[in-house]
Design a protein around this ligand. Structure first.
Ligand SMILES: Cc1ncc(COP(=O)(O)O)c(C=O)c1O
Length: 428
């Protein structure tokens, strides 16, 4: 047998391999964030989307794990059995009861599918409703209000999976604003296969109003296309929502939940609530790609869901925790940027401040680079516009700041952001 060393130059990847192997924008960014984290001078990490370690949540999950370990062969069954492709039946049943009782959603177990995290849900859903169709049509996912979640960007099996619209800007107070859906420019042409938005939105912390959501639901219904609501930060869990917002669902709506932002990103548990054929299709795809989802997240939270305690925990612990951090971070940011022409999106939820440095003389990527050199990691705002074709100045003038980390980290990081922003305006 020839024992030739592997010639990596000659080993070629398919288009699929190239696209999904790290040469894409988000993977480079994640790599960059990862490298920054492992550099010798520990950076102030205001960049990632990692949820905070909230002691009260963690102790509940720890207790549940200990109970499983102590209870006969419960642990062995957890690790030793494949789940059904749809996900853990007891968890799904409990979740349906919870959502029916608390929100009146008319759902039953066939409406639910568990996935390996909502990132996986979006990969399946977007490629199900957009891309190339058998009859030759090409469809896209409409993001009605960019900026939108960076993680959608590279999920398409085909190119140009998204089309996005700019928001309307409402100025609320000195240095505060809020984005709204610009319905004048929401044209549901036949090329739109589904509509999707995150609520609360990553990166802005915006929460679409009930009115906006109902209007989008009506538009989707009229066109008989699904409305996909990314509820990763929404109600009932983790409920990182600081404004009044009703959790809405109907037969044209697909709501994607996740256990990640409650504090279990490592359990990789996404939940799709959808019309039955859609949920069943997701389960079928899970069977092909993963055989089955993990049961870990479902079993760790089963009792919390059954008892409804997950709602109390989200409402009384998780929400106030992030709300307090948002207010604190906002206070520091106002001090750091005093006198500059800056605006912050009114933080209505999630775990980020979206900072718009109006008229910034350098691009947000350059500001990101300068901050990184000073040991502060944020995310440049230009990444958050998948599918937006028009140039729009604010696209180059914003950064996303996560406030989930320890207060000292956030405070020091924000002080450096203030110094670098000031320097950039001075030079310009
Ligand atoms: C808006 C939004 N959607 C989805 C996800 C994916 O979350 P997960 O795959 O951990 O459920 C994230 C993670 O940061 C997010 O911010």
């Amino acid at each position: 047998m020839l024992n030739l060393p592997l010639d990596t130059e000659k080993m070629r990847f398919s288009a699929f391999g190239d696209k999904f192997s790290g040469r894409s924008g988000i993977l480079q960014l994640m790599d960059d964030l990862g490298k920054a984290m492992s550099s010798p001078k520990a950076p102030l990490m205001l960049g990632g989307g990692n949820p905070a370690f909230i002691p009260e949540v963690q102790s509940r999950i720890r207790a549940r794990m200990q109970a499983m370990l102590a209870n006969g062969d419960e642990f062995e069954r957890l690790i030793g059995n494949y789940e059904t492709p749809q996900g853990n039946p007891a968890f799904i049943e409990a979740l349906c009861t919870l959502l029916r009782t608390h929100y009146g959603w008319g759902i039953a177990p066939p409406n639910v599918a568990i996935t390996a995290g909502s990132q996986a849900s979006f990969f399946l859903l977007f490629n199900m409703f957009a891309g190339r169709f058998r009859d030759g049509q090409k469809k896209k996912i409409l993001l009605p209000m960019a900026p939108e979640y960076i993680g959608y960007t590279d999920l398409g099996l085909t190119e140009e999976l998204f089309t996005a619209r700019r928001p309307e800007i409402e100025y609320l107070a000195p240095h505060r604003f809020k984005y709204h859906v610009d319905f004048e420019h929401i044209d549901l042409s036949p090329e739109v296969g589904a509509i999707c938005f995150s609520r609360p939105t990553n990166p802005t912390g915006n929460v679409l109003t009930d009115q906006e959501v109902t209007r989008l639901m009506a538009l989707a219904q009229a066109r008989q296309i699904p409305l996909i609501i990314d509820n990763a930060y929404g109600s009932p869990f983790p409920n990182i929502v600081f404004t009044a917002a009703t959790p809405l669902w109907d037969e044209h709506t697909i709501v994607c939940l996740s256990l990640s932002k409650l504090g279990l990103p490592g359990a990789r548990t996404g939940i799709v609530i959808a019309p039955e054929p859609v949920a069943q299709a997701i389960a079928g795809m899970t069977a092909i790609f993963n055989l089955a989802p993990s049961s870990l997240g479902a079993l760790l939270t089963l009792e919390l869901v059954k008892s409804g305690e997950i709602i109390r925990l989200s409402q009384e612990v998780v929400k106030p925790y992030y709300r307090g951090k948002a207010e604190q971070a906002l206070g520091w940011l106002d001090i750091a940027l005093e006198g500059l022409d800056y605006f912050v999106h009114h933080p209505e939820g999630a775990m980020f401040l979206w900072l718009w440095l109006r008229g910034l003389p350098i691009k947000s990527e350059q500001l990101y680079e300068r901050l990184r050199r000073r040991g502060v990691v944020v995310v440049s705002g230009h990444y958050f516009f998948p599918g937006l074709e028009q140039d729009w100045r604010p696209r180059r003038e914003c950064i996303r700041i996560s406030y989930a980390q320890a207060p000292e980290t956030v405070q020091q990081g924000i002080a450096v952001i203030g110094e670098e922003a000031r320097k950039a305006y001075r030079e310009g």
